[in-house]
Design a protein around this ligand. Structure first.
Ligand SMILES: O=P(O)(O)OC[C@@]1(O)O[C@H](CO)[C@@H](O)[C@@H]1O
Length: 324
């Protein structure tokens, strides 16, 4: 079973604006609600790939209730810890066409409710129930009140019980979690460049920075590079390079989370149509990268998280080049 933890989940309120100006009332042309936060998105996509996934983390107030109802209505079981005060945040995602026809995306993410030690201890006890068949996915920013080493601590608790752990976060929350030897971390090329002080467009430097994360404890480092695709790196270096299929960006929210879910589902053996003919005898990690790339791109080309069918449709035009 995959247990995803989102410390600060969100109702994602998507607005399409014909135009936007500061300091005046702007009106949207269309709105849509999604149930988000990175781990929630990962659990939703894993469920679409037929995997056993449960969404956990912290919720609060009526927005928290709405989030759980929405996620469960989509068929994803939830096991959130309810906070005594506050409201689960609402993140506003604004999309507006630029003069050249491309899409401008602006996000305003709320700060979210404060999480105290009692709630953290409750979550930790749930993680201590995981076993060697399970995988813990820790995704997204930490909520107010969470210690910077929370992911490191939860990852260590999972490891003590034999569960695999995936960490998708940034900064010190990511580097501290490496001590628990996570199975996978998924920085993007810009986050890696910031950590290493290099240029995000310099593939060799990004691979070296990713290899350093692997040498510091991560089994695999999956580097998402936006429209340029993704790189899969381990302690020896570049394993495979994948090119994202061509398509028009409709929504980048959840694209990275879809990539994580596709990669994990690929390794777990999710067989979308065409696996055998596309990757005869392919190494599992290479197929997983391909499924991850197709999933990330399918979400980027759809108004919200992609369906398994949309991911399947992109697999034949998603190319991965093994590098060792
Ligand atoms: O504020 P965080 O935790 O960094 O990111 C939260 C968020 O932007 O990430 C998801 C997309 O990856 C959205 O569903 C959500 O609103």
């Amino acid at each position: 079973m995959f247990l995803t933890v989102t410390c600060n989940p969100a109702l994602d309120w998507m607005m399409r604006l014909p135009a936007f100006a500061e300091g005046v009332t702007n009106r949207s042309a269309a709105d849509d609600l999604s149930y988000g936060g990175k781990g929630v998105n990962v659990a939703t996509m894993l469920h679409r790939f037929g995997q056993d996934a449960c969404a956990s983390g912290f919720i609060a107030g009526t927005t928290g209730t709405a989030l759980v109802e929405g996620v469960e209505a989509a068929g994803v079981p939830c096991d959130f810890v309810r906070l005594d005060a506050g409201q689960t945040r609402i993140n506003v995602k604004m999309k507006r066409p630029r003069a050249d026809g491309s899409l401008e995306e602006t996000e305003i993410n709320g700060c979210g409710p404060a999480v105290g030690p009692v709630a953290i201890a409750t979550l930790r006890r749930r993680i201590e129930r995981l076993g060697s068949d399970d995988c813990l996915v820790l995704s997204g920013s930490l909520a107010p009140g969470c210690p910077a080493d929370l992911y490191a601590d939860l990852a260590a608790a999972a490891a003590e019980h034999g569960a695999r752990c995936v960490v998708d976060t940034t900064g010190t929350a990511l580097t501290e979690a490496l001590a628990a030897r996570p199975f996978l971390v998924k920085p993007n090329n810009h986050e890696l460049a910031e950590l290493a002080g290099c240029d995000a467009a310099d593939e060799a430097a990004v691979v070296a920075a990713a290899r350093d994360l692997a040498r510091a404890g991560a089994r695999f480092v999956l580097v998402s590079c936006g429209a340029a695709g993704a790189l899969l790196v381990d302690a020896k270096g570049l394993i495979a390079r994948g090119a994202a299929p061509a398509g028009a960006l409709v929504n980048s929210v959840g694209a990275g989370d879809s990539m994580v879910a596709g990669f994990l589902a690929g390794l777990a053996g999710a067989s979308l149509p065409g696996r055998e003919s596309l990757c005869p005898g392919a190494d599992d990690a290479v197929y997983a990268l391909r499924l991850g790339l197709a999933a990330g791109s399918a979400t980027a080309f759809s108004p919200s998280l992609a369906s398994a069918g949309q991911v399947s449709d992109l697999l034949p035009v998603t190319f991965v080049e093994p590098c060792n």
